[in-house]
Ligand binder design. Structure first.
Ligand code: NAD
Ligand code: MG
Length: 390
């Protein structure tokens, strides 16, 4: 039996992970499951999986979680320290599917105890790539990609030499507004941004797909995970979301990864790696699909991609700043305090402010410094939003 933990169990990736694990209960011993405010779901999953401990990220939900688990013998806990303690419990495989930079500290802790970390939480690598890789190496732990594009690249690279890789191309659906006139984007509503043409995901990543902040994070994630020079990473808009990524080699050959847009493929690949096992995902009928289209992303429509390039060039803590500013700007967009395009403006302004402030952005890449700059970046987004409102 493999010991597994699921961080962010109540979310979209978490529920898909549980779906796979619950199909073979005899193969897994579930250690920890974690969630946020949805403690009813969390308790239900903990019971169904026979978990050792269930953790809600938020203290105010502890009593409800305790009530929902009473008589089961399953431990209940709450708060960020409890999340880290849960990540320190020995497990063979840990799913990192918390949304946002809140996933970083538990992920690092799981690596420290030597677990294989299945990384859906791309923010982990965006905020602290070198620190995360170094932690994994020091503790003999393994990182496996779960983001569909990165899982696709990882699979295309099996048996290949990184020296033979010329380019990595990740695809983007183009999100909710790919066919909107650019002039209309400023007036896009939260509801309009929250529907994805191909994937069924959490609300935050769905809006990030519409703005392409998601792809911006993924370009940085690609650089960190595969250690490839940023100018060898390309993004192509592919409205069908069937080809998830391509790797181009020095001999001109390209290996593409195709699959139905169902995250259980990437999750299952990471769960069973290095084996391939049966997965309950839809099979492709290429003749029925008929065509696969590709086009360059329009820089005017997707300014977040340019910011990602600047961040990779800038280095240091700029990934953590970029991500935190994006998260906070997204909070304000969801709260209807700023418009859709204001998100990019706010993030760019905060990156500039850090540049002007000097020092901070080049502080050593430690968890402490990431959390400090993360906090400050959010504050500076708030400042910018307040100033506009005033
Ligand atoms: P989601 O919003 O559906 O779920 C997020 C999970 O994190 C929930 O369990 C929630 O309770 C928990 N959570 C929220 N705030 C938290 C906090 N402050 N501290 C601790 N836990 C918190 O998100 P999702 O769509 O499942 O995405 C999860 C991660 O996976 C994200 O990093 C996302 O970018 C990545 N990802 C998702 C998909 C997808 O298909 N949904 C695909 C690729 C990558
Ligand atoms: Mg992705």
């Amino acid at each position: 039996m493999r010991k597994v933990s699921i961080f962010g169990a109540t979310g979209s990736i978490g529920q898909n992970t549980i779906d796979l694990i619950a199909r073979a209960p005899e193969d897994y011993k579930v250690v920890a499951v974690t969630g946020g405010a949805n403690v009813r779901q969390l308790a239900q999953d903990a019971r169904r999986l026979g978990a050792e401990v269930a953790v809600t990220a938020f203290d105010q939900h502890l009593d409800d979680l305790r009530d929902a688990l009473s008589g089961t013998g399953i431990e209940a806990a709450a708060g960020s320290t409890a999340l880290i303690e849960a990540a320190a419990r020995p497990a063979d495989w840990v799913m990192s599917a918390i949304v946002g930079s809140a996933g970083l500290a538990p992920g690092l802790e799981a690596l420290k105890q030597g677990a294989t970390l299945a990384l859906a939480n791309k923010e982990t690598l965006v905020c602290a790539g070198p620190l995360v890789l170094e932690t994994a190496e020091r503790h003999g732990a393994r990182l496996l990609p779960v983001d569909s594009e990165h899982s696709a690249v990882f699979q295309a690279l099996v048996g290949e030499d990184m020296d033979a890789v010329e380019r990595i191309i990740i695809t983007a659906s183009g999100g909710a507004f790919r066919d909107w006139p650019v002039e209309k984007l400023a007036g896009a509503t939260v509801e309009q941004a929250s529907s994805h043409p191909n994937w069924n995901m959490g609300q935050r990543i769905t809006i990030d797909s519409a703005s392409m902040f998601n792809k911006a994070l993924e370009v940085i994630e690609t650089k960190e995970f595969f250690g490839i020079n940023p100018d060898r990473i390309e993004v192509v808009v592919h409205p069908e979301s069937i080809v998830h990524a391509l790797v181009g080699f020095r001999d001109g050959a390209m290996m593409a990864h195709l699959g139905a847009p169902d995250m259980r493929h990437a999750i299952g690949y990471a769960l069973h790696w290095p084996e391939r096992r049966d997965l309950p995902v839809p099979r492709l009928d290429l003749a029925k699909l008929g065509q696969l289209r590709f086009r360059d992303p329009d820089p005017a429509r997707y300014p977040a991609l340019r910011l990602a390039r600047e961040v990779m060039q800038r280095g240091g803590l700029s990934g953590a700043i970029f991500n935190a500013a994006k998260e906070r700007a997204l909070d304000h967009f969801i709260g209807q305090r700023i418009g859709f395009l204001d998100m990019t403006d706010a993030v760019a302004a905060v990156l500039d402010r850090f540049d002007d402030a000097g020092g901070l952005i080049d502080a050593p890449l430690t968890l402490d410094n990431v959390l400090k700059t993360d906090h400050l970046a959010r504050q500076w987004v708030d400042d910018a939003v307040l100033r506009r409102a005033g």
